[in-house]
Design a protein around this ligand. Structure first.
Ligand SMILES: C[S@@+](CC[C@H](N)C(=O)[O-])C[C@H]1O[C@@H](n2cnc3c(N)ncnc32)[C@H](O)[C@@H]1O
Length: 279
């Protein structure tokens, strides 16, 4: 059977979208039906499932949750890039880190903790780690860590490997590329791998933003960019308020370019578009 021949009924589409919404907050409205059909049809074909009900039965009966992960992986969008939304990294370098380090020095606290929530294949947290190391270099003994989480086990595996094709690392300035990435050959191609210092700084973990967050320490800043766009307003509001609780006073939240907090009840101070502070 060809991928284009697999039929997704209205009832099956609703069942899938309800399940995905309940589990991870992703809002698959009616306009997404063809996307869902096309993406999952490939999985049906590869797994030899003849119909959507047969496939969904398998998803529900798989108590390991592995097939559900595959389903979420096929439906989530993982688009990302090194130094995406450059103004966030400029803000980190010019404003956030100098202020944060001044304040922490006074308290004799040399730890900086941040979270990349919805980190995809690692480009975002590695860009944060590069910016952090550049800021703390020759500034005494700082301990910097980036927690990087995602719901997709497929992208997390790629992120942990940290191997990127040449064109993907183009946004990394040459100086930093030479300092933090390792050039090597893979299958006759030049690739760049995140170096030891980056891999030691970034800790990748599976985390569903809609569930418990096993994060105990307050966080200095959070990147949650281009993730909430898939959630509806009530889900976004809950998430934003949970981020507020987790941030330390003065902590910063970065959101994606089309994710303003307009229309959401929250306690953040607006700093500049897509940058918010817990006062
Ligand atoms: C478009 S990518 C954004 C990556 C990166 N933050 C950026 O802006 O370049 C969105 C990521 O959010 C993840 N995601 C979607 N729903 C999630 C959830 N409920 N919990 C955790 N991660 C989720 C997806 O798997 C995907 O990797």
């Amino acid at each position: 059977m060809f991928v284009q021949d697999v039929v997704l009924s209205e009832k099956d589409f609703r069942k899938i979208s309800d399940l995905v919404y309940k589990h991870c907050g992703i809002n698959l409205h009616a306009g997404k039906k063809e996307l869902v059909r096309a993406r999952l049809a490939k999985r049906l074909r590869n797994g030899n499932f003849k119909t959507f009900p047969e496939y969904m039965k398998h998803v529900m009966e798989d108590k390991t949750g592995e097939e559900f992960s595959v389903l979420i992986d096929s439906l989530s969008t993982n688009l990302t890039a090194f130094f995406r939304e450059k103004q966030h990294f400029e803000f980190m370098h010019d404003s956030l880190l100098p202020r944060l380090m001044d304040r922490k020095r006074k308290d004799r606290n040399f730890k900086i903790r941040c979270w990349s929530a919805g980190c995809s294949s690692g480009e975002e947290p590695y860009s944060i780690a590069i910016t952090l190391h550049e800021a703390v270099e020759r500034q005494g003994r700082w301990d910097v860590k980036v927690l990087a989480t995602d719901i997709s086990t497929r992208v997390l595996q790629k992120a942990r490997e940290g191997v990127y094709e040449q064109e993907r690392v183009a946004p990394v300035p040459t100086l930093q590329k030479n300092k933090y990435l390792v050039l090597r050959q893979q299958d006759g191609q030049k690739v760049f791998e995140a170096g030891k210092i980056l891999k030691e700084t970034v800790i990748f973990k599976y985390l569903n933003l809609q569930k418990e967050w096993p994060i105990r320490v307050p966080v200095d800043f959070i990147f949650c960019r281009n993730v909430m766009i898939y959630f509806d307003k009530p889900t976004q509001q809950r998430l934003i308020n949970r981020f507020w609780e987790l941030l330390s006073p003065g902590g910063i939240l970065f959101t994606g370019h089309s994710e303003s907090l307009t229309g959401i009840e929250h306690r953040f101070d607006y700093i500049q578009p897509t940058i918010y502070m817990k006062a």
